[in-house]
Design a protein around this ligand. Sequence first.
Ligand SMILES: Nc1ncnc2c1ncn2[C@@H]1O[C@H](COP(=O)(O)OP(=O)(O)OP(=O)(O)O)[C@@H](O)[C@H]1O
Ligand SMILES: [Mg+2]
Length: 365
Amino acid sequence: MTAIANPSVSIQDLSLNFGAISVLETLNLDVAEGEFIVLLGPSGCGKSTLLNCIAGLLDISDGRIFIKGKNVTWEEPKDRGIGMVFQSYALYPQMTVERNLSFGLRVAGLPKEEIAKRIARASEILQIEPLLQRKPAALSGGQRQRVAIGRALVRDVDVFLFDEPLSNLDAKLRSELRVEIKLLHRKLENTMIYVTHDQIEAMTLADRIAVMKGGVIQQLDAPQTIYNRPVNRFVAGFLGSPAMNFLEGRLEKDGSNWHFAVEDVRIPLSTYTFEREPTPVPAVFGIRPEHVAFNSGAGWPFTATTSVEVVEPMGSDTLVWLKLGGQNFTVRVTSERTPNNADTVNIGFDPMRASLFDAQTGNRL
Ligand SMILES: Nc1ncnc2c1ncn2[C@@H]1O[C@H](COP(=O)(O)OP(=O)(O)OP(=O)(O)O)[C@@H](O)[C@H]1O
Ligand SMILES: [Mg+2]
């Protein structure tokens, strides 16, 4: 992990236990000034716990947290320079939108004119000016979430923390607000740490994604790097829909050339970039469904003949299920000319696009 000079948020050797259960163990993460970091991972992997530690809503068991160079490990949440937006909007139902937005500022004793100025700015950015005199019950889900974001916005903070802010919204609204959050980040240029288990949100919003599993950051990289060069089988399988194909077999050497072998299939690996000098081990060969093509005689390093088992049209593209080396294998095609059930087809791909993993450790080879 390359060090970041003057990180906006720096988490150092953070551990958190709930009683005897360790949820986070010596976790390290540096977030650059103005960076949009997404914490991505399956349910229960510790995303919210990590965010709540940064916010100061949980007392950590060990480690240190710095925000803007200041050690805030034992600071109150309100003194950390953070604004947090939750999945449940947590608006006060009896207050108007305007009162909801100003509540924290009034408690903090800010002058009236300053409060008015900040509310005007936030409601303009979020386009909620017409809603200011309504109560939350008279708002749609998307409008409520905008108000919740507005409440963080008026606090004029350095760092925004979002915990699955869009997961209560329907798919259409979710994608609209996703774009708004992206524009908001571009406009404000604040540091943002955003929790989600939605890989589309992660891929589209993040400067860098931290993929988590069991309280451990598995990989911290730009979205394209995570997608194209996953460090282990877990990361490879977690991102991508339909999921990456995995073939279980062996890494073998033939003269000076490595190949991947399963049943009668031999996949040459001369175009594959190994992490380090390989050894003959049980291995998993992974390739994404969109990196496989049909019927093109375009001189692929690997081709095979097989038969189609199931064809699934998905609207913009089609998923074709077949067998390779006796194992399930899917191909994603966008062309009009898709094969039919039971057709015999030629498939081809370049192992340059593949990911190879050690079968035992799951680590990239
Ligand atoms: N107050 C608590 N006491 C004991 N265990 C807890 C507590 N809060 C969370 N946990 C456990 O810590 C682990 C991480 O929980 P966390 O809420 O951080 O997961 P998450 O990644 O945010 O999941 P989700 O995507 O479902 O929100 C889980 O196993 C959870 O059961
Ligand atoms: Mg959570």
